[in-house]
Structures are given as structure tokens and as C-alpha cells.
Design a protein around this ligand. Sequence first.
Ligand code: UDP
Length: 237
Amino acid sequence: MEKKKRVLVKFSGEALAGENGFGIEPKILSYIAEEIASLLEAGIEVGIVIGGGNIIRGVSAAQGGVIRRTSGDYMGMLATVINAVAMQEALEHSGVDVRVQSAIEIKEICESYIYRRAIRHLEKGRVVIFAAGTGNPFFTTDTTATLRAVEIGADYVIKATKVDGVYDKDPKKYPDAKRLDTISYDAALAENIKVMDDTAIALAKDNRLPIIVCNMFKAGNLLEIVRDGKGVFSVVR
Ligand code: UDP
């Protein structure tokens, strides 16, 4: 039997917030769910990691010194669970089978992360949303995405953003900024490009996991990239 393509899609919590920058916008949830559903229809196995920045980030919560960073980070991890449950609803609404697995046990709400069980879900054509980050403070959901991608043997991790890829300089500031098709892990680390944080990039590098950076808000882009290897994106490898 031909091995199916398996990908891990990561998007930030802020992506869910839409214009208001906070909370969860149902229209965006539905849009993303449809984009993911198109991958499933094409026979692609999909894992998802969603950030929590639309609700809380550990570093921000700890500003002012009242909330300790560690607690702030746990709050951030809980925020990702809220987003995961919302995404689960939207995916089901779009006819996709889906399970949420949390790195922190919250058994009334979702499954716990069990690697072998996650693989089984993927093989059965279910989307698995990996919630609660790595379960550890001082990490990010970018690192979570890379970690889970390596664990489940994904072909690559997709960092789905609002921009078309990685640029040689800030495209918002410089109109002549050029999108790079390919960039090495070392350059991504050295040049402070911030595709992902250094921990995530280093983990990807160690495991030769390509990082695809693309725009999630161009309808059909995700499918074109994964199914056909076309579309607009940058790859870190
Ligand atoms: N977080 C954490 N450990 C993890 C993943 C996430 O402590 O393994 C916390 C951290 O405080 C982070 C917050 O969860 O700020 C939300 O995740 P992130 O900032 O990565 O979300 P995004 O920016 O992608 O929305």
C-alpha cells in the first residue's frame, strides 16, 4: 500500500481572532476547517497545532511581576485547549473526523496525548489536534508543532501564516523585499528571521524536518502546496 502523505499544520491563536485581535471568530474557524477538509479529501493525513496568543501568552501574562512566568505559561497552554476545542467543532461541522489530544490531562474535555493512539487516528483518516503545547512551560506552540511533526513522522511541518513565506527583509517596511524559495536551517537561526523560535528550528534541523511557511488565507493554497508541491511558499531545510 502506498504510504500516505502526512503533514502537521501549525497556525497561531491570533489567526483565529480575525479583525478584533482577541477571542475566536467563527467565520475564520469555518474557513480554516474547509481548507483542512480539502486536504483530507485529497487523502492527506493531517495533524494540527494551534497557538494560544489570541487568549494569553505566558510572557505577556507575567509582565508586571504579579503572575509568575511558569503560571503564565500554563495559562497559555490552557488557552490552546480552548482553541483546539473550537477548531474541533468547526472541523466536525465541515464533516471531518477529528480528535483533540492534550499534553496536559483534561479527561472530561479531550483525550490525553498518546503517541500510538494519535498515529492510529491519523491512519483512520481523522485529524488530530495536539493541544496544551508540549505540556511544559518555557516552550512555544511552534516547538510543539515541530516536536509532534517529528513524533508522528510527518513529511513536513507547515507554518500557516498571513504572509506568503520568508522574505529577505520585512515586506511591511520594504516594498522591494523578496520572498525566498528556500532557506537553510542555519541561515534561519543565524539571521534571526523568526520563522519559528530557535528551539523549534533547531529541533527541525536535528531531525531533517522541512518547515514550509505559507499563507493560509489564500483559499486553496494549502492544498496546492501539499498535494501538488505548487503554490506560494518558502521552505526551511
Ligand atoms: N506554552 C507553553 N509551553 C508550550 C506551548 C505553549 O508554555 O509547550 C504557552 C506559552 O506561554 C505561550 C502560550 O502557551 O506563550 C501560547 O502559545 P504561543 O505563544 O506559541 O501561541 P501563538 O503565538 O502561536 O498564538
